[in-house]
Structure formats: C-alpha cells, structure tokens
Write a protein that binds this ligand. Sequence first.
Ligand code: NAI
Ligand code: MG
Length: 364
Amino acid sequence: MPSHIHDRTTIYRVVCIPGDGIGVDITEAAVQVLNTLSKALGGFEFEFTTVDWSSKAYLERGWYMPPDGLEQLKKFDAIYFGAVGWPDVPDHISLWGLILPIRKALNQYVNVRPTRILPGTTSPLANCAQADLDWVIVRENSEGEYSGQGGISHEHSPHAIGTEVSIFTQVGIERIMRFAFETARSRPRKKLTMVTKSNAQRHGMVLWDKVFYEVAKEYGDVEIDKMLVDAMTVRMVLNPKSLDTIVATNLHADILSDLAAALSGSIGIAPSSNLDPTRKNPSMFEPIHGSAPDIAGKGIANPVGAFWSAAEMVRWLGEEKAADGLMKVVESVTAAGVKTKDLGGSENTKGVTEAVCREIEKQF
Ligand code: NAI
Ligand code: MG
C-alpha cells in the first residue's frame, strides 16, 4: 500500500474525478466529510487532487482523459469518482471515454455493491423489516457483456449490422468467484447465490456456471445456490431475506444492483468499490447512481451513497475503524430523520452533509 508518512501522520493521496451533474455535488460533500473525519480522528490525512475530466470539458476540448490519464491515476492511493454522462454527449462516448477504460486498465475486476436498509429509512416493499434486506452484490467488472467487442457494418444503410460480443474467460470467472466466496465466507450467514442466464445463453454463461461449481469445492463452509437472472428479480422482491451475497456478470449485476438500491430505499444511498484485489493499481470508489441530469444543479442529491463509498475507500486504505465509525455516523444521521427527498425527508445535500460533519465532530 503506497502511503506516505509525515510526522507520524499517514497521508493518503486521493484523486477526485467529480465528472458530471450531481457527481460534482456529491464528490464535494464526500471530500468535506473525509476531511472532517481525518481531522477528528487524527493519525491520517487526505491529500486530494481534483481533475476536470467531464462531459463539459469533453465538449470544449474533445477528450475526457488526457493521453497519459491512466498513468496519472496510477500515482495515487485511491480514486474517488462522482458520475459521468450528460445529455449533450452520447452515453457510450462518455462511459467509454472515462469510467470503463479506468476499470479495465487498472485491473479493477471486482465491483462490490453492498445494500441494506439504513436506520430511519424504509423499503418500498411492504413488510420488509430492516434486517430482511442486507446484501452484497459482487459484480464482475472487467469482461462479460461490457467487453467492448463488436462493431457496426453497413452503417447508415438498411443493412446495418451491430454485434455486441460478450467475453467470458476461465481466468476472469475464476477470480471473481474466488472473491465472491471470500466475501460470503466473511459474512455471518456464509451464503452465496450465483446468477446467470445459462438456459438461453448457452456458451459463456454455461462456463460461468461450471467454474462456480468448481470453485465452490474449495469453500465447503459456504452455502450456495444458483438463480436465473429473470427469476432473481422476483426473488429479490418477494423473498429478500433468503439472499445474502450475490455474484453475477457485469450486465446482470449492474441491473440487479439498481433494483437492490431501490428496494433498500433509494438509488441515492448505494455505494460501490471498483477493486484491484492484487493492489498493484489504485482502486476506485463511487456511488452507483449516475449524473442525474433531472436533479443536477438543484442541490438536492442524496449524498449518502457518496459517504458510504468514501467509507469503503477508507476501509480499503486500511483504516477499518475510521470506516466503521463513518458508517455509524451516517446511520445515526439517517436514524434522526435527516434525509433528502428521495428518502422521504426534507433536507438538501448541504443539510445532510453538515449534519454528518457535526456528528463526526461530536462522536470522535
Ligand atoms: P441516474 O442514476 O443518474 O438517475 C436515475 C434516477 O435516480 C433519476 O431520477 C435521478 O434523479 C435519481 N437519482 C440518482 N442519484 C440520486 C441521488 N444521489 N439522490 C437523489 N436521486 C438520485 O441514472 P440515469 O438517469 O439512467 O443516467 C443519467 C446519466 O448518468 C447517463 O448519462 C448515464 O449514462 C450516466 N450514468 C453514469 C454512471 C457512472 O458514472 N458510473 C452510472 C449510471 C449512469
Ligand atoms: Mg448502473
């Protein structure tokens, strides 16, 4: 872990990519909370560098990342990401101009997406108690349906052909399965549900199933089951209690994690960690939501997903106690009813952020 010690204080160098829309608001909120946290706890500090790699900048200069952008990122201990995407730029240009190349080039092959119902909030599901929904979705983050292989032939003609090729490799599947089993093993219920669509997709997904059962042999203490993705949506809604850790492909887990966030109250609370488990490259932390153009500039974005992502970054950097402390604070703020509109509250981004900072100063 590349950290930098100065006067017995560990300095973590974090590069922030706020990006677009509410990505800017929530990154600012996360930085404020992280600075308050390090100041209150002592022993470590953050040195933030912010880069303007956004759609607005792209429209002005024609690129998201400079040519040496990925090399620049490698110099930091972690990356904090807001969101990318704006109506003036086609979404496949913005995603492939920024976030997807980072995940791939920095070997962030795991995307961890925990979901639970926070105190003081409710699930839109009737009769779903707080303890009934506590999941971790492990998303394959480097290949599968988002491999980027394919093309368009005979473009602009009635005979246009588009192909989108999914890639599943033994190495890619095995490493995500191992991570998922380790995650399941580390949680009290030791339960892993694997999701595919191997009835209709008969090659890559069948390989995915096969590798899952092979790796499962090494984890006799983990209870396993298998779901087809369509039936999985039903189970998540009707029997949330029956799930704990979930492993799924890039596309499936992307969709299921938005559903999971909505079922736990709002997409605005859900965090994600893009991890390079080998730790050879910095990992990247971001809420799962996008740039939300419909509420951008209004100052009402829920910053909880950004704080939870920040807590996961702090954990990955090795400050476990600080991470747990930050989450306890965030939960005490939601429990007190300080919430944005998407959670049924009446606060704005600034109000929630200041409440979290005040609580940090009070509790630590
Ligand atoms: P979105 O997540 O931005 O918004 C979906 C809905 O949830 C909107 O109604 C929005 O107002 C609401 N919402 C999202 N985050 C919220 C928060 N923190 N607080 C309160 N409400 C919140 O998804 P959408 O609309 O499909 O995408 C918008 C743009 O973001 C697109 O350009 C898309 O490509 C991009 N995007 C980028 C991602 C990333 O950077 N990792 C992830 C998802 C989408
Ligand atoms: Mg998504």
